[in-house]
Design a protein around this ligand. Structure first.
Ligand code: C2E
Ligand code: MG
Ligand code: MG
Ligand code: MG
Length: 293
């Protein structure tokens, strides 16, 4: 009796692994086809001046509209694309489309001097002809290097700091600025920070969200702020959702931010609308549609 019961449980367990494997394999197959099937699109989240709410630029964020599973989060498919070795193809697509969009917005709103931030996977950062790809894309889309920001995570510093420094220097020579994303969550080697040509640090949203309740998170934010001030780096706070968080970050000397308080990531059409209002959110406008994004 007990034996057959145990066997039954084991079978269920095996089945769930099989299902997970199958699901993963299916996802890999459809991910490989997604680009040519035009299932990817970009959403754009404004980066604003924390004091006034004025839009200074955007972060481009990738979305995958799967034919049967619906909208899939980049936190799910980016790691898979990295493991499959196709992430540089995706990042190139994002770079090109984000720069095209930036060019259009800059032509429409020359007075705003908008920038575009693009996330780059660090999975094969150094080997993917990054510098050539970036210069070619800037050329083709008529975007000046200084209006493009590339976001990378600190994990790159652990992998190959020397090669990273070389690549970042080359990008800097093209005018492209580099931001360290999710700062404080990875293992950064502080000793490399001042040797890299960085423009700024992005304070991870986890610290922003916990700051009011956790003295530790508050201390981490204060440390990042003083580190940035000491090294003359810009600061962008991610994930600002409440006015209390906004005031806190402003008080600590953080100039730029992004978060649901102002805008969620939105389609290019909605972002264009936002820009019509001279880049200032009248009030947090979060539609049902953009909530899903
Ligand atoms: P990230 O680069 O740190 O992007 C910020 C994430 O925080 C975005 O999630 C954004 O939607 C979310 N966010 C912004 N404001 C708020 C807020 O007020 N509250 C909360 N709870 N969240 C907020 P998203 O779009 O799901 O992207 C997740 C991550 O996926 C990104 O984190 C980035 O690491 C990666 N990713 C997204 N697009 C790309 C891409 O084109 N290429 C690569 N390599 N990675 C990407
Ligand atoms: Mg980012
Ligand atoms: Mg981030
Ligand atoms: Mg993040």
């Amino acid at each position: 009796q007990a034996k057959s019961k145990g066997k039954g449980l084991f079978a269920v367990f095996e089945q769930s692994i099989a299902n997970a494997t199958l699901q993963r394999m299916e996802l890999e197959v459809s991910l490989r086809q997604a680009l040519e099937r035009q299932e990817f699109f970009l959403v754009f989240q404004p980066i604003v001046a924390i004091s006034s709410g004025e839009i200074r630029g955007f972060e481009a964020l990738l979305r995958w509209q799967h034919p049967t599973h619906g909208l899939i989060s980049p936190t799910v498919f980016i790691p898979i694309a990295e493991e499959m070795g196709i992430i540089s193809v995706l990042d190139r697509w994002v770079l090109k489309n984000a720069c095209q969009q930036l060019h259009q917005w800059r032509v429409q709103h020359p007075e705003l001097d908008l920038t575009m931030s693009v996330n780059l996977s660090t999975a094969n950062f150094i080997f993917a002809n990054l510098v050539e790809t970036v210069t070619e894309t800037l050329d083709r889309t008529q975007v000046a290097g200084k209006n493009l920001k590339l976001e990378i995570t600190e994990s790159i510093l652990m992998k190959d700091p020397e090669a990273t420094a070389r690549v970042l220097k080359q990008l800097k020579d093209c005018g492209v600025e580099i931001l360290l994303d999710d700062f404080g969550t990875g293992h950064s080697s502080l000793s490399y920070l001042h040797r890299l040509p960085l423009e700024g640090l992005k304070i991870d949203k986890s610290f922003v969200h916990e700051a009011q309740y956790s003295p530790q998170s508050m201390e981490i934010i204060k440390t990042i702020v003083s580190l940035a001030q000491g090294l003359k780096l810009k600061l962008i706070a991610e994930g600002i959702e409440t006015d209390a968080q906004r005031r806190l970050l402003l008080g600590l000397g953080c100039d730029l931010g992004q978060g649901y308080l102002w805008w969620k990531p939105m389609t290019s059409r909605k972002a264009s609308n936002a820009l019509q209002h001279r880049g200032i959110a009248q009030q947090p406008r979060v539609s049902e549609f953009s909530k899903r994004l």
